[in-house]
Design a protein around this ligand. Structure first.
Ligand SMILES: Nc1nc2c(c(=O)[nH]1)N[C@H]1C(S)=C(S)[C@@H](COP(=O)(O)OP(=O)(O)OC[C@H]3O[C@@H](n4cnc5c(=O)[nH]c(N)nc54)[C@H](O)[C@@H]3O)O[C@H]1N2
Ligand SMILES: Nc1nc2c(c(=O)[nH]1)N[C@H]1C(S)=C(S)[C@@H](COP(=O)(O)OP(=O)(O)OC[C@H]3O[C@@H](n4cnc5c(=O)[nH]c(N)nc54)[C@H](O)[C@@H]3O)O[C@H]1N2
Ligand code: SF4
Ligand SMILES: [Mo]
Length: 675
């Protein structure tokens, strides 16, 4: 029995737990003890009652007939998904016995946790799990698969995860959506953009794919993949040349403007046009729009930073609002991530003081395949939770080869029999976010929210917090941190001396009023770079081996294949989540390969043809969509689909980006063949 559970039927405020910037307020309807409907909460100050189609069908996912209900052990070859039910007691004993044995024989570093943000709740995503693995002394996992390159790049310029308040973007008169497919991935940013447009705002989209967001734009600017840094430098060149720069602002708030001005001299429009594929006239128009229209807002997406030089790209674009002084204008500036405003006490939540092996190695999650095949000493046990690496990780064939290792003891904790779960030795059923108490902190809007459990855990499923409590007990860990209750964990997380806008009393505030805004100040109040100013020139970057000024480096030529392959997320799935749901698959119809008609003609490919995309890492079959949605030399597909033919990550490189240990999903080169 869950001590926090609301036992009555009724309509309960709730929050979406998915890894999505919007973090919508929800209303969950419960009848006869079961959830019957999930809808948007109209009283949420930002998301205002509208939610995406994915979550409107959440009830079907919660009660899906394929949801895991009991712990199981494997009774067939790895990867095939044959399992026998066992008790929780047997599951926990099997895992802890094996781990005790491994710790004795090989040391705790032989155990690797692999978890990500399948559930964004802070306690379940980075609470009891971290405490447990810290105490165990396991290898550390560097969680770099999503946004770390851009986060580091942005931090070099601005000092931390501080952008403007998205609620202010209704006042913007120019909105640039740069490498962000916001119609699918940040729908409430589009609602603000829509409102701003009614007040006369112009919306520009800069992307390699004229997708749903490009079609929404007043002006779509196609750019060659991985060249946006050059485009931003070209804009700067014109801003300085044509005196659109705000010298007072530069003087007061930045370091390095004189060096930057000189540095962008070579990035004249003709040079930049040759690099980016954006015509000279368009570069002038874009720079003049940006230099003259105010407030001007840039939403910096994740797409540009899933490249080899993605960190530098975000660092460079983040300099633009400083040149024009837009950070001072309400509705001007940029958002990359706003996580800084809601920073909690990570040390307390994650139990940093419990670390028994601070010197343990750190494994970059983007290199899972390498780690499973080459790490020395070897990884002998893997605990996968809230993530599906056998589908979402780069260089997937290498990952799957590693997961096939007979001597690797793999535990998976998930709601479903995912591709990764099929490789488990022990498979544990996970409770959904609607079944436990957790704290939510958006990385886009500025509100904290609480999820109270609405229903009992499904079958015998358990939350991450509970599983790691049981594992701690099984390992004989006696520290009180392992028996701390959820409410108390939330209070510890909310006492952050470094963030005066957060305090433990917010837990009660959230119980009364579901949404609590933490900090309404703007980025200029948070400049925590070494100089305390916006760093157009960065000594820290120099010290860490990067060019100190924004600098364009051409994409890596990893092979001679003619196409850059960009496999991004799609509209109806959330990474690989929902890709096992019939309704969501029907909405997406099929995994398409967008290609330019010129390339299609050269390869003898017609619309609707089956195409094999291949390189030295692997291959994948997709359906051609021929036209002008992408530039020649670019291939785009959307969605991480379950199923053997759709392994887009078989093609993606596991190279590490220039910053933050980031992923380079969109920098792979491929060839194609009509199948
Ligand atoms: N519906 C839906 N929503 C989601 C997700 C999902 O899977 N589905 N995933 C969630 C997660 S975890 C994340 S991180 C975010 C990601 O959401 P976004 O921040 O939107 O990032 P992506 O969709 O990866 O890429 C955004 C755009 O970048 C473009 N792009 C790729 N390379 C380049 C380039 O070199 N230059 C330019 N200018 N554009 C480029 C792609 O074509 C794409 O349209 O969305 C979250 N929300
Ligand atoms: N080709 C390509 N690959 C990509 C990307 C891309 O754009 N292109 N995007 C990358 C990005 S940005 C990201 S963030 C990653 C995301 O990759 P993942 O983090 O693996 O995200 P999902 O595929 O959604 O898998 C999340 C899993 O967590 C499970 N889950 C949900 N809630 C809970 C819970 O409370 N407990 C437990 N134990 N499990 C739970 C879900 O059922 C699901 O199977 O993918 C990356 N991979
Ligand atoms: S996935 Fe995003 S848009 Fe959809 S309900 Fe959740 S937070 Fe809102
Ligand atoms: Mo992500």
């Amino acid at each position: 029995m869950n001590e926090y559970l609301e036992e009555r039927d009724g309509v309960f405020p709730s929050v979406c737990s998915l890894d999505c910037p919007d973090q919508c307020g929800l209303l969950v309807h419960k009848e006869s003890g079961k959830i019957t409907k999930v809808e948007g909460d109209p009283s949420h100050p930002v998301t205002k009652g509208s939610i995406c189609n994915k979550v409107r069908h959440m009830t079907e996912r919660i009660y899906d007939e394929n949801r895991l209900t009991v712990p199981m052990k494997r009774n067939g070859p790895k990867g095939e998904g044959a399992f026998t039910p066992i008790s929780w007691e047997e599951a926990i004993t099997t895992i802890t016995d094996k781990w005790k044995q491994l710790m004795e024989a090989s040391g705790p570093e032989s155990i690797l946790p692999y978890g990500f943000y399948g559930n964004m709740g802070r306690l379940n995503a980075e609470g009891m799990d971290r405490r447990f693995f810290n105490k165990l002394g396991a290898s550390f996992l560097d969680r770099t698969i999503c946004s770390s390159a851009g986060a580091e790049g942005y931090t070099y310029t601005m000092g931390g995860g501080f952008g403007i308040d998205p609620e202010d973007t209704v006042h913007s008169k120019l909105i640039i959506l740069w490498g962000v497919n916001a119609v699918s991935t940040n729908m409430h940013q589009m609602m603000f953009a829509q409102k701003a447009r009614k007040n006369g705002a112009k919306i520009i989209v800069i992307d390699v794919h004229n997708n749903q967001t490009g079609r929404f734009a007043d002006w779509f600017i196609p750019v060659k993949p991985g060249t946006d840094t050059a485009l931003a430098l070209g804009i700067m060149h014109i801003l300085f040349k044509e005196k659109f720069s705000n010298e007072d602002f530069l003087q007061k708030y930045t370091v390095g403007s004189a060096q930057l001005k000189e540095h962008v001299e070579p990035y004249d429009p003709a040079t930049v046009a040759a690099i980016t594929g954006v015509p000279v006239q368009d570069i002038y128009q874009l720079a003049r729009d940006y230099g003259t229209v105010s407030p001007a807002f840039i939403r910096i997406g994740n797409g540009i930073q899933h490249h080899d030089h993605g960190g530098m790209c975000v660092r460079t674009i983040a300099c633009l609002p400083a040149i024009t002084g837009q950070w001072e204008v309400k509705g001007g500036g940029a958002i990359k991530s706003n996580l800084g405003y809601l920073s909690i006490n990570d040390q307390a939540l994650q139990g940093d003081h419990l670390k028994s092996n601070s010197a343990a190695r750190t494994i970059n999650m983007n290199e899972l395949g390498k780690a499973l095949s080459q790490a020395s000493p070897p990884v002998e046990s893997l605990f996968i939770y809230s993530s599906n690496p056998a589908l979402v990780a780069p260089d997937l064939n290498k990952v799957r080869k590693g997961l096939m290792r007979e001597d690797l003891f793999t535990v998976v904790h998930d709601l479903f029999m995912t591709e990764s779960a099929a490789y488990a030795d022990i498979l544990l059923p996970a409770a959904s976010s609607y079944e436990n108490l957790d704290l939510y902190t958006s990385y886009w809007h500025h509100y904290l929210q609480l999820q109270k459990p609405v229903i009992e855990p499904f079958g015998e499923s358990k939350s991450n917090v509970e599983v790691f409590r049981l594992l701690a007990e099984g390992m004989g860990f006696t520290e009180e941190e392992f028996s701390e209750g959820e409410e108390s964990m939330i209070r510890s997380a909310l006492s952050n001396q470094n963030n005066p806008f957060i305090h433990p009393g917010m837990l009660d505030e959230m119980k009364d009023n579901e949404f609590v805004k933490a900090d309404a100040r703007l980025p200029l109040a948070h400049l925590s770079t070494p100089s305390g100013k916006i760093e157009l020139y960065s000594e820290a970057m120099k010290a860490e081996g990067h060019p100190p000024l924004p600098t364009y480096t051409p994409p890596v030529e990893e092979n001679d294949y003619p196409f850059t392959f960009i496999p991004g997320p799609n509209h109806s799935f959330l990474n690989s989540t929902f890709s096992n749901q019939r309704k969501h698959r029907q909405l997406e119809k099929e995994a398409k390969l967008f290609m330019h008609s010129q390339d299609a003609a050269l390869k003898g490919i017609k619309n609707g043809d089956s195409v094999i995309v291949w390189n030295d890492r692997g291959s994948c079959e997709l359906t051609a969509s021929v036209g002008h949605d992408v530039l020649p030399g670019v291939l785009v597909t959307q969605g991480l689909w379950v199923g053997t033919d759709h392994k887009v990550n078989a093609l993606t490189p596991d190279r590490i980006a220039d910053m933050g240990g980031g992923a380079t999903f969109f920098s792979g080169r491929v060839n194609i063949l009509k199948s």
